[in-house]
Design a protein around this ligand. Structure first.
Ligand code: ZN
Length: 161
């Protein structure tokens, strides 16, 4: 079921989310709805607070070989390098900003059954890990961006190279 995505200005997006304590049907329905909502909005990631649930749950699909990634209670445990590029957010529609992130990120998280695992991503996936895990602490990319990217084709093309 597609849920409503909260937008910048909603105070739920600024809260620190609590750990997900239980790995039951309630979580699985949330994960399903979050994936439905992300795909419906054509995003590459969604965090639970964006649908008003203040728990540490994230879904990501950057269209690579990993497919849909579900992260429960995720923590970044290692980062490497740096990448600078354009970033957007489903809670900030129609805007993009230039944000510096690590190029390689390793996350430790629990799966939908509570089992801990580690996953490493580079490039866009590393960016998505940082962006979505920031949401769990009430941080939105606009807080970290160097500057906003306006919908000027020339600038956009340059930034995204
Ligand atoms: Zn976002």
């Amino acid at each position: 079921m597609v849920r409503k995505i909260l937008e910048l200005g909603d105070e739920n997006l600024r809260k620190t989310c609590k750990p997900m304590p239980k790995f039951d049907l309630r979580l699985w329905l949330l994960l399903r709805d979050m994936a439905d909502t992300m795909y419906d909005a054509e995003g590459v990631g969604l965090a639970a607070p964006q649908v008003g649930i203040l728990r540490r749950v994230v879904v990501i699909d950057v269209g690579d070989e990993h497919g849909l990634i579900e992260l429960v209670n995720p923590q970044i445990i290692a980062t490497e390098g740096e990448q600078a590029g354009s970033e957007g957010c489903l809670s900030v529609p129609g805007r993009r900003g230039y944000v510096v992130r690590p190029n390689k990120v390793t996350v430790r998280a629990q799966d939908r059954k509570g089992k801990w695992f580690e996953i490493t991503g580079e490039g866009l996936l590393a960016r998505a890990f940082c962006h979505e895990i920031d949401h769990l602490d009430g941080i939105i990319y606009v807080d970290k961006m160097d500057h906003e990217i306006f919908d000027d084709d020339q600038e956009k093309t340059q930034e995204e190279k």
